[in-house]
Write a protein that binds this ligand. Sequence first.
Ligand code: ADQ
Length: 489
Amino acid sequence: MAELVVVANRLPVAPATAADGTVTWEASPGGLVTALTPVLLARRGAWVGWPGTRAGVEGEPQAPAEIVTEEGLHLHPVELDGDDYERFYEGFANATLWPLLHGLIVAPRYEGDWWESYREVNHRYALAAAERADHGATVWVQDYQLMLVPGILRQLRPDLTIGFFLHIPFPAPEIFRQLPWREEVIRGLLGADLVGFHLDSCADNFLELCRNIPGHGSAHTGLPDTLEVTGASSVRRATGAVTAPDGRRVRVGSFPISIDSAKVIERAGRADAARVRRLTGDPAVLLAGVDRLDYTKGILRRLEAFEELLATGALDPAETVLVQVATPSRERVADYRRLRAEVEHAVGRINGRFAELGRPVIHYIHRPVAFDRLLELYRAADIMLVTALRDGMNLVCKEYVACHGDASGALVLSEFTGAATELDGAHLCNPHDIESVKRAVMAAVHADPADARERMARMHAQVRDHDVDLWAGAFLEELAAAHAGGGPR
Ligand code: ADQ
């Protein structure tokens, strides 16, 4: 039995099938697992999540009941079959909640059978966590796929300390209130002792929503009591608290996530940036974009801004290259298929207009890329373009900044990313406004070298000093205090 259980949509593993058909489950590294591994090992931890293959689907490897990683982490697969995958994952999580919580960039779909599947699958995750958790254990639930889990767990296991962290934005209450099942989702979240967001603004949106839960009298909710910011650190603590329908005080706070900064800095030191510059034809200006191919990331508008800068001669097509890595994502969801077609159409059009033989102006990669290859690209890029229309935090810009400890490079950053509240040396832009994106790119191109170095050095220090360990530690510490003490300190 575990003292600490992490519940996340995915387990940090992926199946690898050898030539003879044997399947092994290999660790898929990421910031979250890196940060949580030491605490999980120290606290007889367990991780509950979906292994990434659909149960009962021919040709997809089936996970065993438990996977123990090389480091000794105990992983407990939750099964999703083909129907669950379509209705819970692609449907309610990614075609209802994802667009709703990102503020309606595309229209959310409200389908009753997706919601039924979401409830049912959330029960499954909660039961799996309840089975693994020791008496009085801590359970940390991650993200929008599992917003009902804290409430279900609270009913199953009142002895637990339960935390919830949302990795994506939380919108203004009037947007969230569109959701036909809003009361149940809010009640689900209020099963936690602590509900965490990246930003104060998201925590405030949630508090505001809770003050006016439709169908609940104000007697059931409380006003936020304090607005507390600890020290100069960007790891903030409880911004407020609300009273759950069962009378418990639930703390609400903001905890901006980060990356494994030391590891990225160390590996970036070995990255062969010259290789990337050579392969892209040694351009005078190398721009880069690295995103999941998702409509929240603003890739299309970014390409259009680049096209206009080439067309007007602000950027010289003979001297400028953009590398756009767009990782395949949610490819069966209609809005993602449409986006891919639009992005690839734009890449073709722009290369058709401006490329020469052997010299495309855009190098487009639609595949996962090994992390060391990404680091090479980050190291090589003169300007990183992070122009998301909305993004909870955005780790790509933090990875880029971590790679520029020598103070080279520049960051063009959307003001609608969480990271914009922390990386104050970026050239900020409004990604909905193509002129603003163009202005930010040209400001980065023409920046005074001393100013550019000072900006990057400031951002590098921020990311170096605020890593994902600090984030995880701050959340878990606040969670323990919330369980012990109720409302904000
Ligand atoms: P994402 O939307 O996935 O995360 P982001 O924070 O930028 O966005 O993280 C992407 C990660 O994937 C980065 O670590 C990046 O290196 C990696 N990656 C991107 N393309 C890749 C490729 N082709 N090959 C390999 N790796 C690739 C969600 C929220 C964010 C929030 C994070 C963490 O949407 O706002 O910052 O969770 O909370």
